[in-house]
Design a binder for this molecule. Structure first.
Ligand SMILES: *Cc1c(COP(=O)(O)O)cnc(C)c1O
Length: 445
């Protein structure tokens, strides 16, 4: 079996080498600092500490308690809120905590459909994406019935009037904002009022935009009317893979309910190594987040503009393309040349340009496309910004993409240029200094 162990190590090294030489543009990903990686590779990954700091079910938690308490305090400071539970192990688990605390099985939730940017965890038990049956977490795990909010294709945002009608008619127990394709702030203020009229609780899934929110950009859902903010800690927040539940409640019963819906309802162990890594990341973002996330958004705007000028149909030109870390491109016009989203994703991958294809709101209902080869690309600037790239580099990335997608240059010819370009961006930025490079494989043997 030693060969297997050696093989796994070799593959891990290959993976690190790939990312050292790639342009990582996946909107849901990021890269952690060296100090965060160090925290995540400790004995904490072997430990249990069920419960809340100071009220544990396990022994040996002296230092874990202090770390987790610090993490919670840093979260409250960074997000400017009164309650933080840093135990959920992912964004989906954080959503399940929200569903469990705020609804009962059989209740109705209003959320966005997947082609308009909704997430699978907001979906019904038996949903459909094109011909495929999909099992959404909200329906399959918590038994919620889902009614979809209406989406305005031109504005790439929730249609306020049409959605208000849905809310008044369906009277949901939970009204959920947030999504995975997320260019502009959602109308939380406007629709929360409508939700409250019919007795709905208000939630906001900030998985994608959590870092933008913490650093004071995009929108502040808890100030605009949301009662609970859930998220992943590894998308625009450049931390380890984990989840978080945030709220402004000062009601002790409500806090107890939220805590109990995390443990014991949703968790046993809660990935303590990642809690430590998250604490490090939150400290970094309190120090560097304003500069980092301002540049993330500026880079998204610059990349959108540079692609647009080169002939790409970037969505929402009239609205300045984006106010988040994301850029969405409609690739329908390449259908008879290089192909659609799936084909373009593969071509770019050959040149180490890593992004993903994405459904556009009209792909399924109007154009009869599926998520296998949809009409869109979703591009994110969180990771390349953390590598120190700025507006000038966005222009270069757009040029690489043009050469492959529009000029149909062989991607293998572009690959060497991409590797050369990447040489200058090997450190993690917006964190405290460290000797180790981003993506450097750490040999423990
Ligand atoms: C990514 C995402 C999630 C899931 O997060 P995980 O941390 O991967 O579980 C939930 N909601 C939205 C809107 C997302 O984009």
């Amino acid at each position: 079996m030693i060969e297997k162990v050696k093989k796994i190590k070799k593959l891990l090294i290959h993976h690190h080498d790939l990312f050292k030489n790639a342009i990582p543009l996946i909107a849901s990903e990021n890269v952690t600092s060296v100090q965060c990686r160090e925290a995540c590779n400790t004995d904490l990954s072997h430990r249990y500490a069920e419960g809340w700091p100071g009220e544990r079910v396990y022994a040996g938690c002296e230092y874990l308690d202090e770390i987790e308490s610090m993490c919670g305090e840093l979260a409250k400071k960074y997000f400017n809120c009164k309650f933080a539970d840093v135990r959920p192990i992912s964004g989906v688990v954080a959503n399940l905590v929200m569903f469990t605390a705020m609804t009962n099985p059989g209740d109705t939730m209003c959320a966005m459909p997947i082609p308009s940017g909704g997430h699978i965890s907001h979906g019904p038990k038996y949903g459909r994406i094109s011909k495929r049956l999909i099992n959404g977490t909200a329906g399959a795990v918590h038994g919620l019935d889902i009614e979809y909010l209406k989406f305005d294709w031109d504005e790439m945002n929730i249609d306020i009037d049409a959605s208000a009608k849905v809310i008044r008619e369906k009277k949901p127990k939970l009204l959920l904002f947030g999504g995975s394709v997320f260019l502009f702030p959602h109308p939380v203020k406007e629709l929360s009022e409508v939700g409250r009229e019919v007795g709905a609780r208000i939630g906001y899934d900030g998985a994608h935009v959590l870092g933008l929110i913490g650093s004071g950009y995009f929108q502040d859902p808890l100030a605009e009317g949301a009662e609970i903010l859930t998220g992943s800690t590894h998308k625009t927040l450049p931390g380890p893979q984990h989840g978080i539940v945030l709220s402004n409640t000062e009601d002790e019963e409500e806090k107890e309910l939220l805590k109990k819906c995390a443990f014991p309802a949703m968790l046993s162990n809660h990935h303590l190594h990642n809690v430590a890594g998250l604490a490090v990341t939150l400290a970094e973002m309190i120090e560097f987040g304003k500069d980092y996330h301002r540049q993330v958004i500026n880079n998204a705007k610059a990349l959108a503009q540079a692609l647009y000028e080169r002939g790409f149909d970037v969505l929402c030109e009239k609205k300045g393309f984006t106010e988040s870390h994301q850029v969405v491109v409609n690739v329908a016009k390449f259908e008879n040349s290089i192909g659609l989203g799936g084909d373009i994703e593969k071509a770019l991958e050959k040149a180490n340009i890593i992004l993903n294809r994405n459904l556009l709101p009209w792909d399924i209902s109007r154009d009869k496309r599926s998520y296998i080869n949809p009409g869109g690309l979703r591009i994110g600037t969180s990771e390349i910004t953390r590598l120190g790239m700025k507006e000038k580099e966005m222009d270069q990335i757009a040029e690489f993409m043009k050469k492959i997608v529009i000029d149909e240059t062989d991607p293998l010819k572009i690959l060497e240029q991409v590797k050369e370009f990447r040489k200058d961006y090997q450190k993690v930025h917006y964190c405290f200094p460290a000797k180790t490079n981003a993506y450097e494989f750490i040999n423990f043997e």
